[in-house]
Write a protein that binds this ligand. Structure first.
Ligand code: HEM
Length: 589
C-alpha cells in the first residue's frame, strides 16, 4: 500500500469511530507503529550525522531545536560569525535536532568541497522544487551536465551585450520613481524599488516583454513572483514550515504558495507555447533572424522547438488574485479528533529522510571530464517542455533577487563612504562624458566601480550560504574527514569576514581587490558566485547589470545613510534587510 493510499484509508476510517470501533483501534495502532518506525529512521539518521560530525567542534546546542533558537534570537549571520571567530575552519550546525551540517568558512576547507562538485543538499534545495522544478540550480548528475552545457552559450558576451539597453531602460524608470518620491520625503526605502527594477529588466531579457505593452497576465506574473520569493523566504526561516506534504501545504501560506506557483507556471507555459507556435511560421523565423537581440527564450527554443510536445495547460488564466481568500481545503472539514490523529501520524511520517536518500541516489554526480553520457550524441541534446519551464523559472528566481540584494547593499556601502562614492561617480562621468546612457564598452572601463562592487560583495554577499551533500568521503588538509552522505554548508558571509584571510575584515576597503592584493590571496577566499563546476552561470550577466545600474544611480543621485533607520541584515535566501534599506537621496542632474 502506498503512502497516499494509506493516508486515504486512514482519513476515511477516521469518520467511523463510533460505528466501527475495532477498525478505529486498528488504525490507531497502525499509526503508532508507522510513527515509531519513522522515528527510528530519524534517530538513525541523526546518529549517523552525529557520528560523522563528532570530530568537529559544536557550539552549545538544544537536543530538539539544535541551533535554530539561538540563530533566530540573535540573527543567523552574526551568530555564525561569532562562532567562526571561536572555532577555526568549521563547526557543527544543527538546524533542529535531526539535520546537522558541517558549517565551513575556511578557504582550504572550501576548496576541498567546492572543487569536487558534490550534489546539492536535498534538505534545503528540495523546497525549491514546487516552484522552479528541476532546473540548473537544483539538478544534479548527467542531466545537470547536459543543461549546463546547453545553457552556457546563453551567457556569452555577444548575447549579453544588447541587454545593457534594457538595464538602462528599467533603471531610468526607477530613477524617475525616486525623483518623484523625494519631492515628499528624501528618505527612500530603495530595496523594493530595486527589486521591481531587476525583475522588470530580467523578464525583458528572458521573454522579450516590454513595459509599454504590459498585459494583465504580465502584472499577475509579476505579483506571483514577488509573492513566491517572500513565501519561500518565510518557509526557510520557519522550522515548522519545513514539513511539507502534510503540514505546509495545509496552511494558508502553503496554499498561497501553490496558487502563486500556478500563476507563474501558467504564465511561463503560455509564453513558451505562444513563442513555439510562432516559431513554426516561416515569417516569424525570419523576423527572429533579423532581430538585433535575441531573448533568452528564443535561444532556449532554438534548442527545444523541434520537440512539439503538448504543453497541456489552460491559457489565459495567468492572473489569479493573490489577495483573495484561499478556499477551505477538505482537511479543514474533517472532525477535530480525526484531524488530531492524522496530524500526529502525518507529522511523524513526512520527514524528508527517505526522499533525501533517493534524491542522492538519482543524482549521483558524473565525472565531469567525460562529457556526455554513453551513447548520447551531444549535438542532439534537447530540452523537454518541462525542462524549458524549469530553466526559465530558475533564471527568474536566481537572476532577480540576487541582483536586487547586490545593488541595494552596494548603494548602502557607498552611502557610508562618500569618498569612494565620489570617486566612482567621477569615473563614470569621465567615461560617459555628456552622454546619459550606458553602452557595453563603457562597463569594462569602470575599474574603480568594479573594486567597490567586489568589496560590497565581500561584506554583503548576495547569497550568504550554500549547501552540499557529499557523494563520497572527504579528507581535509588538517586530516579531519567526513563520510559520504554528510551535509556541508558553506557560510560565504563568514568566509568573507574571516580574520585569517582579510586584514581588517569589517572595514570597507576597495583596495582589497587591487591586482596586487588579489594575486596573493587564496583562490577560494572570495566566493560570491560560488566556485568550481557548480559556480554561478549568470556571473557575467550579474556583474554587467550591477555595474550598469549603479553607474546610472551614481550619475543621478547622491546617497547618504539615514542614521535613524540603519538596515538590519537578514538571511533570507539572499542577503535581505529586515525592514528594507532606507537611504537619503539628493538629486544631482
Ligand atoms: C549578484 C548576483 C548573483 C549572485 C551573487 C549569484 C550567486 C550564485 C551562487 C552563490 C550560486 C551557487 C548556488 C549554490 O551552489 O547553491 C549561483 C548559482 C546559479 N546562478 Fe547565480 N548569482 C547571481 C546572479 C545570477 C543571475 C543574474 C542568474 C541568471 C540570469 C543566475 C543564475 C544562476 C544559476 C542558473 C545557478 C545554478 C548554476 C548551476 O548549479 O549550474 N545567477 N549563483
Amino acid at each position: 500500500m502506498s503512502r497516499t493510499e494509506l493516508f486515504m484509508f486512514l482519513w476515511l476510517s477516521s469518520w467511523l469511530p463510533v460505528s466501527l470501533p475495532t477498525l478505529w483501534l486498528w488504525a490507531v495502532s497502525l499509526i503508532l507503529t508507522l510513527g515509531l518506525l519513522q522515528l527510528t529512521r530519524l534517530l538513525t539518521k541523526r546518529q549517523k550525522l552525529f557520528q560523522a560530525l563528532k570530530s568537529f567542534p559544536e557550539p552549545p546546542t538544544h537536543w530538539l531545536f539544535g541551533h535554530a533558537m539561538e540563530i533566530k534570537k540573535e540573527g543567523e549571520l552574526d551568530k555564525v560569525l561569532s562562532w567562526a571567530n571561536i572555532y577555526p575552519c568549521a563547526h557543527q550546525l544543527w538546524m533542529g535536532g535531526f539535520i546537522g551540517f558541517l558549517n565551513i568558512y575556511d578557504p582550504d576547507y572550501t576548496k576541498a568541497v567546492f572543487s569536487r562538485g558534490d550534489p546539492k543538499a536535498f534538505d534545503v534545495y528540495g523546497f525549491f522544487l514546487p516552484w522552479i522544478g528541476k532546473g540548473l540550480l537544483v539538478l544534479d548528475g548527467p542531466k545537470w551536465f547536459q543543461h549546463r552545457k546547453l545553457l552556457t552559450p546563453e551567457f556569452h558576451s555577444e548575447v549579453l551585450r544588447p541587454y545593457v539597453d534594457l538595464f538602462a531602460e528599467s533603471t531610468k524608470a526607477m530613477l524617475n520613481k525616486w525623483e518623484k518620491k523625494i519631492q515628499t520625503d528624501k528618505c527612500v526605502n530603495i530595496f523594493p524599488d530595486v527589486g521591481h527594477m531587476t525583475l522588470d529588466s530580467l523578464t525583458k531579457c528572458i521573454f522579450g516583454r516590454s513595459s509599454k505593452t504590459q498585459t494583465q497576465s504580465d502584472i499577475g506574473y509579476f505579483q506571483a513572483i514577488g509573492q513566491l520569493t517572500l513565501l519561500m523566504q518565510q518557509r526557510l526561516a520557519n522550522f515548522h514550515y519545513h514539513n511539507d506534504l502534510f503540514y505546509y501545504w495545509l496552511t494558508l501560506h502553503g496554499r498561497k504558495f501553490l496558487q502563486a506557483c500556478k500563476v507563474a507556471h501558467d504564465y511561463t507555459d503560455k509564453v513558451i507555447r505562444t513563442r513555439k507556435a510562432a516559431l513554426k511560421e516561416e515569417e516569424e523565423q525570419k523576423k527572429i533572424q533579423r532581430k538585433k537581440r535575441l531573448d533568452f527564450l528564443d535561444i532556449l527554443l532554438g534548442v527545444g522547438v523541434n520537440l512539439g510536445v503538448s504543453m497541456g495547460f489552460d491559457s489565459g488564466k495567468a492572473s489569479v488574485d493573490l489577495e483573495s481568500p484561499v478556499p477551505l481545503s477538505l482537511f479543514q472539514l474533517v472532525s477535530p479528533l480525526s484531524l488530531l490523529i492524522l496530524l500526529l501520524f502525518l507529522c511523524i511520517c513526512s520527514s524528508s529522510h527517505r526522499k533525501g536518500d533517493q534524491w542522492r541516489k538519482e543524482t549521483a554526480y558524473p565525472e565531469l571530464p567525460g562529457g556526455t553520457r554513453e551513447g548520447q550524441d551531444e549535438n542532439k541534446i534537447k530540452l523537454s517542455d518541462a525542462d524549458l519551464r524549469a530553466e526559465v523559472d530558475t533564471f527568474i528566481f536566481e537572476g532577480h533577487d540576487t541582483t536586487t540584494s547586490a545593488i541595494s547593499w552596494f548603494l548602502y556601502c557607498i552611502s557610508l563612504h562618500p569618498e569612494h562614492q565620489q570617486r566612482c561617480r567621477e569615473e563614470v562621468q569621465e567615461i560617459l562624458g555628456n552622454r546619459n546612457t550606458i553602452q557595453w564598452e563603457d562597463l569594462g572601463k569602470m575599474t574603480y566601480l568594479t573594486l567597490c562592487i567586489k568589496e560590497s560583495f565581500r561584506l554583503y554577499p548576495p547569497v550568504p550560504q550554500i549547501y552540499r551533500q557529499l557523494n563520497k568521503p572527504i579528507t581535509f588538509m588538517d586530516g579531519k574527514s567526513l563520510p559520504e552522505g554528510s551535509l556541508v554548508s558553506l557560510h560565504i558571509y563568514a568566509l568573507h569576514r574571516n580574520p585569517a584571510v582579510w586584514d581588517k575584515p569589517e572595514v570597507f576597503d576597495p583596495q582589497c581587490f587591487s591586482p596586487e592584493n588579489s594575486s596573493t590571496r587564496h583562490p577560494y577566499a572570495f566566493m560570491p558566485f560560488s566556485a568550481g563546476p557548480r559556480n554561478c552561470i549568470g556571473q557575467q550577466f550579474a556583474m554587467m547589470e550591477v555595474k550598469a545600474v549603479t553607474a546610472l544611480c551614481l550619475l543621478h543621485f547622491e546617497f547618504s545613510p539615514e542614521p535613524s533607520r540603519l538596515p538590519i541584515k537578514r538571511l533570507q535566501l539572499i542577503l535581505g534587510a529586515k525592514d528594507g534599506i532606507y537611504l537619503n537621496l539628493k538629486k544631482l542632474m
